[in-house]
Structures are given as C-alpha cells and as structure tokens.
Design a protein around this ligand. Sequence first.
Ligand SMILES: [Fe+2]
Ligand SMILES: [Fe+2]
Length: 286
Amino acid sequence: MIRIAAFGDIHGSFDEEDLRMIQHSDYDMVLIVGDLPGRTHAGTLDVARRLARMPRPAYFMPGNHDGVSLIQLIAELQGNHALVERSHRRQFKLVENLRAALGPVSYCAYSLHEISIKGTAISLVSARPHSMGGTSFSYRPYLEKEFGISDMNQSAEKIKRLLDEARSPVLVLAHNGPAGLGSKRDDIFGCDFRKEEGDFGDPDLADALDYAEGAKIQVLGVVAGHMHHRIRGGGERVTIAKRKNTLCVNCARVPRIFKEDGQTLRHHVRIEISEKGMEVEQVTRP
Ligand SMILES: [Fe+2]
Ligand SMILES: [Fe+2]
C-alpha cells in the first residue's frame, strides 16, 4: 500500500507543525496542489522554502497564484488580453525562483513521474499548471512558450500522451479538477461566484480522462484543489466525487490551519492506494 498526504491550497498556512506531522506519520509521500501565497499574494517563496524541508518525497503542482505576478493574476481575472500578453515575461523568472526555493520537491507541470514504493507502483501524471478553472486558457503566453501549448485542445492532447506513456495505474495531480462533475455551486468543482452557477472544472483534463477510459488506461484518482471548500452565499461544497471509475478529491480547505473552540486545527487529505484501489479521507486534527 502507498500512503499519501495531500495538502490543498496552502495560501500561507503551512508551518513547522505540519513538517513534524509528516515526519512522525506513516505517509510515504506528499502531494501539494498549489496556491502557496497568502491573501495579499505574498509569501510564496517562504512557504516554498518550508516545503523544501518536507521529510518525504513531495510533488508540487503550481496553482494560478504560484510563479505569477499580481499584475498577471489581475489581467487574467479581468480577461484583459493586452495586459496578459504584456505582463507574462516575468513568469519565467518567477517560476525559476519558485523551483529553486522548492529544492528537492518535484515540480509537476505536464509531467510524468513513475513512483514505486514498497512494491506498489503508480504513475503520477500532472496536468496543466497554473489553472484558473473554467474554459479560459489562463497564462496562455507562458504555456505557449514554455510547453508549446496554446489552447485547451492542445493541452488535452498533451495530457493524453502522458497517460499513454504511464506504465502503472495513474494518479493525476492537478490544480483544479476535471469538468463533468456537476454545475451547481456546491458541486466539487462547481462555480459559486456567478449567479448562474456552472461547471468550473478543467475541460482539458475531462477530455483526457474520457480518452483514458476509452483506451483502458486505469486512472485511480485525481487530486486537485483551487475551488475552496467554503462557497459564496454560505455553505460548503462536496469534496469527494466519482467520475466513472476515477475518484476525484478537492483538497482545498481554506484556511487549512484554523481555530475552533480555542483549539488550532489543521487539514490535509489522506490517500491510500492498494490493489483494492484508492481511498481518500479528509483529515482535520490538532
Ligand atoms: Fe486557492
Ligand atoms: Fe487556485
């Protein structure tokens, strides 16, 4: 069995106690779904340097807040294409700085990582980096120059080729989850910030998962975040859902360190993979 700890959108909440927890745990490896900085878009590298000291092999997927400037983020949110184009050049340096700060943590972006632990093998396929959810192809100028990918179709094809190359049952690491899991505000990747709601999952990842299904490539699960658990207008979203034979988990409990009845609690997701398949559990504990 492989035991995995997954950390959802960190947004500034990751401390020494989290490192201690991993150190004293039975976890074999760690997944981090991205969005490191706090509310003011600050502190990314501080969090990354702490993650670099993770006492287990760790894999990091950049979110829409990681390795990008605040101007870029605003340009994307506003759909200001001229500003998106003008502001993208800094992203190369920001990603380089982020990768350096993460040290031994594997940087996952359209990549395949073959992992074997205690006789169990999985292929970790990482989907599109810096996803912002929905149908807009965020940070396109960077993705085009860095990966030669400039739209959702090309992105889906890239993920399909990674799935083709996978040698073992696949676990997908993404910042946002796939489309096709519901279009209500409280669905696992449902849009809670527009009155008309809607499916805010990634269409390229959904396309690739459909392909895997047809090609008989076993995809055990998708580990993602981005769509925070607390939804606009009140309530919380569903955080675990099944897409055909693939178990999808949204790890984004934000803030992941919080106080309840005077006690500090912290959140992560426990994943167990064995011949029986994949099991997930949302863990909130002191
Ligand atoms: Fe986030
Ligand atoms: Fe995000």
